[in-house]
Ligand binder design. Structure first.
Ligand code: ME8
Length: 660
């Protein structure tokens, strides 16, 4: 295991706010970075946004914004979501950062100087969603093989990167990595095989500039063209290490060659080719070292379906976490989400997200196995040592079950799993120790033992809980801190040794993960399940009851209705109103004009979950003070309190669109 590691996620397009898929990659990267920090390794974790490209230019235009304004809004939504989910990224890069742009232009110049970039006329099929040209043979019935949408014919003079000459150097590079590290450059191996097959089949030169739009980094010396968005975007991993001389140690070819530095790019499998073929070729052509490893994880579906806005099944992590916290009545959502996505699928495999399985794992593994271990142990400490809750622990010689060997086996597995980038396996190893500790209590039966044995048994378990807290900290940083606090241990996450004696001054137990009973489960599933017209569930039933019991108001004429100025508004910022539990203060974009609105929706929505959402807005309501703050209009919603639902639009309508 190298002593220095640089972990990256893809930089996400600012075409949309973050969802489950983006959150997954970022949780994996965060967990790896936290693990390496735990080991005392010199670690750096980078994420960010991909701000340029034709797709973004078009989306911004459709919303009447400049590309930069539009990108700023979505980049802020990413940053806010990552804060909510406890990401510990050391930096957040955007391709519109001036220092990044300068490095991209610098690499471009190097490639030109070395003869790898040349200007040529070009005709080809371009998919704007992929930001990629496709040769005829790769089209699927004339459509993009990924998006199944029409491709565009592009005829322009482009700069080309001579990728065709990189077949052999790339093949040699893949061989060298395998020889030197014993593992393929791309993992899992199935993705390496795909990449190899693509390279072995022969490479074509790659168009690396575009002349038909402006939203990108200008080609040095030719302002008619912008640099291809992927050359721009991939360079982020390198440019972020040039921001400060002290960061150069995270992109250092000698250190990589000596095995002292690992540069690990994590991503979804659909963009492996860009990272495993184009990126090493660009770097080597520019005289720079390629990364050490590409890890391509699988693709999440939701209840067996592809996630899509049209299907209405996109999982918004902000919303998921806020709902869990609200319904459970404790801060459990972030750690439960992180745990679930890491445990549910082995890294590399495709996964199906189901809210039901999330709740099942929550109850079985978090509330029961881990939560209950701590809870029952602290309960017994206070029961048998009611004066002060202090346990003076001395390793028991003749323990009925050997926790020492369970610890040693779990530690070995845990370490091996992280070295092999397998967080689900690391969690399995942790849970083997959780279960061993629970079994130990059952067998040792402290309730039947004399006082000295009780202290020895409980001490053994408390020490195990301390180790478990450190081990779960890369995945569940909040709950790890809560365990340590309840154990009365003042330690930051570290690599724990198993001690033979210690003194614990424990706190009274507070459940780590309160159990989700059937009623709460129903409520959560009702919040999360897309609701067809016939659906039954708490929210629907209540809404139906309300609809039938509230008499319809007196008739109005169309002229009355026409007095209301209803339009689409986008929530661009949301915050709680101090000391007002029910109120949120929102900034909404009503089509070029910003309004401040106070809405009584705090019981149903966390502020972070609202940013970027659109709803129907009453724009000509007389301003009024609510909770001491002026509110300039009203967001429409159905229901009340926690079962309230924001009005929604089932198609993309820009802010300001009239509603009639
Ligand atoms: O591709 N399951 O950005 P992007 C799993 N800007 N992971 C998913 C997912 C899903 N259903 N959906 C998205 C881009 N992801 C480029 C990257 S890097 C130099 C430029 C995750 O916003 C996964 O990590 O389309 C995937 O690779 C990434 O989001 C794509 O994000």
């Amino acid at each position: 295991m190298s002593e220095r590691i640089y972990v990256t996620t893809p930089i996400y397009y600012v075409s949309d706010v973050p969802h489950l898929g983006h959150a997954y990659t970022t949780v994996v990267a965060d967990t790896l970075a936290r693990y390496h920090r735990l080991r005392g390794h010199d670690s750096r974790f980078l994420t960010g946004t991909d701000d340029h490209g034709q797709k973004i230019e078009r989306m911004a235009a459709s919303k009447g914004q400049t590309p930069k304004q539009y990108a700023d809004g979505i980049a802020a939504a990413y940053q806010s979501c990552w804060r909510t989910l406890g990401m510990s990224n050391d930096d957040f890069i955007r391709t519109t950062d001036p220092d990044h742009e300068a490095v991209v232009q610098d690499i471009w110049r190097r490639l030109v100087e070395r003869g790898w970039i040349v200007l040529r006329p070009y005709q080809g099929w371009y998919c704007v969603a992929c930001e990629q040209f496709y040769p005829d043979k790769e089209l699927d019935d004339g459509k993009c093989p990924v998006h199944k949408r029409a491709v565009e014919r592009v005829e322009e003079e482009n700069y080309f990167f001579k990728l065709s000459q990189w077949q052999k150097p790339l093949q040699e590079f893949y061989d060298r990595v395998l020889r030197e590290t014993g593992r393929p450059f791309v993992e899992p191996a199935i993705r390496m095989n795909e990449v190899r097959a693509f390279v072995d089949a022969g490479l074509e030169d790659l168009s690396v500039s575009r002349a038909t739009f402006k939203w990108g980094i200008p080609v040095p010396g030719d302002p008619r063209q912008v640099i291809y968005v992927w050359l721009d975007a991939l360079t982020n991993y390198y440019s972020a290490t040039r921001r400060d001389p002290s960061l150069a140690r995270f992109w250092d070819g000698d250190a990589m060659a000596r095995g002292e530095l690992q540069v690990v790019h994590l991503m979804g499998k659909e963009i492996t080719r860009f990272h495993a073929v184009y990126w090493p070729a660009f770097l080597m052509a520019a005289g720079l070292p390629p990364p050490s490893k590409i890890i391509a994880h699988g693709w999440w579906t939701v209840d067996g379906e592809k996630m899509s806005k049209t299907a209405g099944n996109v999982v918004d992590p902000n919303r998921l976490v806020a709902d869990l916290d609200a319904v459970v009545g404790a801060k459990v959502g972030v750690d439960a989400f992180r745990y679930f996505v890491l445990r549910e699928v082995p890294l590399g495999a495709d996964g199906d997200f189901s809210h039901e399985s999330l709740l099942t794992r929550y109850n079985a593994e978090l509330a029961n196995d881990l939560g209950n271990l701590l809870n029952r142990t602290l309960g017994m400490v206070w029961k048998y040592f009611p004066d002060d809750g202090v346990i003076r622990y001395q390793r028991a010689e003749a323990a009925p079950i050997d926790l020492a060997s369970a610890f040693a086996a779990a530690q070995q597995e845990y370490e091996k799993a992280f070295a092999g980038f397998a967080p689900s396996k690391a969690l399995e190893a942790v849970w083997s120790l959780v279960r061993a500790a629970n079994a130990y209590i059952d067998k040792a039966a402290p309730w039947k033992q004399p006082r000295e044995s009780q202290a020895a048994i409980l001490g053994e378990v408390l020490e195990t809980c301390r180790i478990l807290a450190h081990w779960v900290s890369p995945v569940m940083p909040d709950k790890a801190a809560a365990i340590l606090r309840q154990l009365g241990v003042a330690e930051a996450p570290c690599w724990p040794e198993r001690r033979t004696s210690a003194v614990f001054h424990v706190e009274k137990a507070t459940p780590l993960f309160p159990r989700i009973d059937d009623d709460r489960k129903k409520e959560l599933l009702a919040r999360w399940t897309p609701k067809p017209a016939t659906a039954t569930g708490t929210a629907t039933q209540t809404a139906t009851q309300a609809a039938t019991t509230t008499p319809v108001k007196p008739t109005v004429t169309f002229d009355d209705f026409a007095k209301l100025d209803l339009r689409v508004a986008e929530i661009v910022a949301a915050e709680r109103v101090p000391k007002k539990d029910k109120l949120l203060k929102l900034s909404v974009d009503v089509g070029g004009e910003m309004r401040q609105v106070v809405a009584g929706i705090a019981a149903a929505y966390a502020p972070e979950a609202l940013v970027g959402r659109r709803a129907i807005f009453l724009a000509n309501l007389k301003p009024a003070k609510i909770g001491g703050i002026v509110s300039e209009g009203m967001i429409l919603a159905a229901g009340e309190e926690q079962i309230l639902a924001l009005s929604a639009l089932d198609r993309d309508c820009p802010p300001g669109t009239k509603v009639r």
